[in-house]
Design a protein. Structure first.
Length: 332
């Protein structure tokens, strides 16, 4: 049974206003009366109605963050950094996972709004005007990351297109002249928001087409390993596999190891994201690092500043760089 301030007032023989002053340490109350009220409240296990108090104050000190999943370590690392910064600033975080389901994402956003969160950090799967209109009508501060929206929503991530172009340039510098690009999310084009995979794809195409005598193939399907087997030539040591995420690069590495195909002696391999588990992998995988912990921390900072009506940039791009491992080799 929940004890109310009204019940405490009746037990102590005082008004609810007096109980409120005692519980919130406000002046205008006799010390003995304050002590009595606090003692009774503690004995009865009284807890204030946080949501009701929050609505009166105009804020709940809660944030929502919408992620696709936490199977990909890039998302779980980002969440931990986001939550740590939010907690440091006095906020509690609701985490919801959309699983790239547009209807589920919408349902969760409405649930967060019903809980009167002060702001939402959003990795959107939706991408239409109706969805953006809903977000704007909510009048709730929102900061997006990863996938973009067209509306006036602040955004933080990296320059994905440039990052992939830098990856291709790095592989070319090492002497590779044939690239196989693996990006299964591209198969969802037109069905959901795939801004990040599209930017990486565009960067790959432009970089390859601008390079003389470069041969390349694109694998954009769920069963990418089966397609890889048909395209790969293990006698061509100038061939490298570039994956749009370390998750795929790790699957490819296991697949190659199972077939006794040596990396990088027979084929090069490069990932993207520099997830934390790569430190346990042999050979060490060359990848693109963009300090996802910084993104998570800055995301929370931007959102809280927006909640507090501070001006924040419309776009924040975090620096990236290639981290060289041993899964590619120099043939220069």
């Amino acid at each position: 049974m929940n004890i109310t301030s009204k019940q405490i007032a009746e037990l102590c023989g005082v008004t609810r206003g007096t109980v409120d002053r005692a519980l919130n340490n406000r002046p205008g109350i006799h010390p003995e009366t304050r002590e009595k009220i606090l003692r009774v409240a503690e004995e009865l296990g009284y807890r204030p109605h946080f949501l009701a108090q929050s609505l009166v104050k105009g804020h709940t000190k809660t944030l929502g963050i919408v992620l696709f999943d936490i199977h990909n370590r890039i998302f779980s690392q980002l969440f931990h950094a986001f939550e740590a910064e939010a907690r440091k600033r006095g906020y509690i975080v609701y985490l919801v996972l959309s699983h790239r389901d547009k209807e589920l994402e919408l349902e969760y956003i409405n649930n967060l709004l019903d809980r009167r969160v002060d702001g939402i950090a959003l990795l959107p799967a939706n991408f239409n005007k109706k969805f953006e209109s809903l977000l704007l009508r909510s009048r709730t501060p929102i900061v997006t990351f990863g996938n973009r929206l067209n509306g006036p929503f602040p955004y933080i991530w990296i320059d994905d297109k440039q990052a992939i172009q830098d990856s291709v340039s790095f592989l070319i510098q090492q002497g590779y002249r044939r690239l196989i690009y693996i990006s299964p999310p591209l198969m969802r084009k037109g069905k959901e928001n795939i801004h990040v995979p599209e930017q990486r794809y565009n960067g790959f195409i432009e970089a390859c087409e601008a390079t003389r005598d470069m041969r390349f193939d694109i694998i954009a399907q769920k069963n990418y390993l089966a397609e890889l087997e048909t395209l790969m030539d293990t006698t061509d040591s100038t061939c490298a596999i570039l994956c749009s995420s370390d998750v795929y690069a790790l699957e490819v590495l296991k697949w190659l190891n199972d077939r006794k195909i040596k990396v990088p002696e027979q084929i090069g391999l490069m990932g993207f994201d520099n997830i934390d588990v790569l430190k346990y992998i042999n050979p060490a995988i060359t990848t693109v690092d963009y300090n996802v912990n910084e993104i998570g921390t800055r995301l929370a900072d931007l959102l809280i500043n927006k909640i507090n009506n501070q001006d924040i940039p419309s776009e924040t791009l975090i620096a990236h760089h290639v981290v060289e491992g041993h899964s590619v080799t120099s043939m220069r």
